[in-house]
Design a protein around this ligand. Structure first.
Ligand code: NAP
Length: 279
């Protein structure tokens, strides 16, 4: 379908956005579904976020929010989903009939889908170590708890941010780790990297798996065309690991469904990312 004067514009707002595979995935999905939309990226500063969100919504469009703006974006949503209210983060927005800004956090559903695809059996009862406390970590924490995780320990470079996330989302099942040394020798069913470490070329691994006595599996939310540093270091220890590709597809499919109110062509989206069935 060609772009015309009536084509709906969906934009990914963030900084950086150059790494994102969302345009490839979404434009493939739009073509497959035959909807009249185009998906673009807009590198956007925090002070410009509200203007872009409101303007796109008034024009009948919408989009996604990526780092570092997901928490800021939640404040500009007029009609917030339960996931936005619980996480305080928004990654998907669209305009209502009156031009109001509707927002959801489909990272939660995306993470839950990727978790279920990765964990052998049910995630119920698992003990997880979560690295990070930004927008992605909030979604991962809510996802872990909703999937029945027993205990989630959160470690973040900035401790206060981890405490705020644990207080807001975690209840009695989450607690903050002040130093990684505090978990030396412990065992976890799952270690999740929700920091941005690994996104830039030359980044080190955000975690040394040798610290732990046992790790059941490792999930990175970062993705790229090459294995991420977190995945490489898990592989070196013989730990089963997956990157953020499946979560990207699943959160993208959920966003598609919010914008177009029809099922997303998820197989096409996976193929556009160059992945086979489920990751
Ligand atoms: P964000 O809100 O900006 O948070 C960034 C997080 O990374 C914070 O916890 C931050 O810690 C930590 N961090 C940054 N630099 C660090 C460093 N040098 N050492 C240790 N920690 C560091 O970003 P976000 O939206 O949560 O996104 C995080 C990552 O998840 C990004 O790479 C993003 O691409 C990925 N993601 C993937 C998907 C997917 O579908 N696969 C979805 C969402 C996000 P401080 O609090 O100390 O700054």
């Amino acid at each position: 379908m060609s772009v015309t004067a009536s084509t709906r514009v969906l934009a990914l707002l963030g900084d950086p956005v150059e790494h994102s595979m969302s345009p490839v995935i979404q434009n493939a999905a739009f073509a497959e579904a035959g909807v009249d939309g185009v998906y673009v990226t807009v590198r956007c500063a925090g002070e410009d976020l509200a203007g872009f969100m409101k303007g796109l919504c008034r024009a009948g469009g919408g989009g996604n929010i990526t780092l570092p703006h997901k928490e800021k974006a939640a404040a500009f949503v007029d009609v917030a989903s339960p996931a936005v209210r619980r996480t305080g983060a928004c990654n998907t927005f669209w305009g209502g009939a009156d031009g109001s800004v509707h927002g959801d956090n489909t990272d939660v559903d995306g993470f839950r889908g990727a978790l279920r695809a990765f964990v052998e059996g049910s995630p119920r009862g698992l003990r997880a170590l979560l690295l990070g406390a930004g927008g992605a970590a909030r979604a991962a924490l809510m996802g872990l708890l909703e999937e029945g995780a027993d205990e989630v320990l959160i470690y973040n470079r900035t401790q206060e941010r981890a405490r705020a996330v644990a207080r807001r989302i975690g209840g009695s099942n989450a607690r903050v780790v002040h130093l990684l040394e505090d978990v030396r020798g412990e065992g976890f069913d799952l270690v999740v990297n929700a920091t941005r470490v690994g996104l830039a070329g030359g980044d080190p691994s955000p975690f040394d798996f040798a610290l732990l006595e046992r790790v059941g599996g490792a999930m990175d939310l970062v993705y790229g065309s090459e294995p991420t540093p977190f995945i490489v270091s898990a592989d070196q220890m013989g730990i089963r690991a997956t990157d953020g590709g499946e979560m990207l597809v699943q959160q993208g499919a959920a966003s598609f469904e919010r914008w177009w109110e029809m099922p997303a062509p998820i197989a096409t989206m996976r193929a556009a990312l160059g992945r086979g069935p489920e990751g």
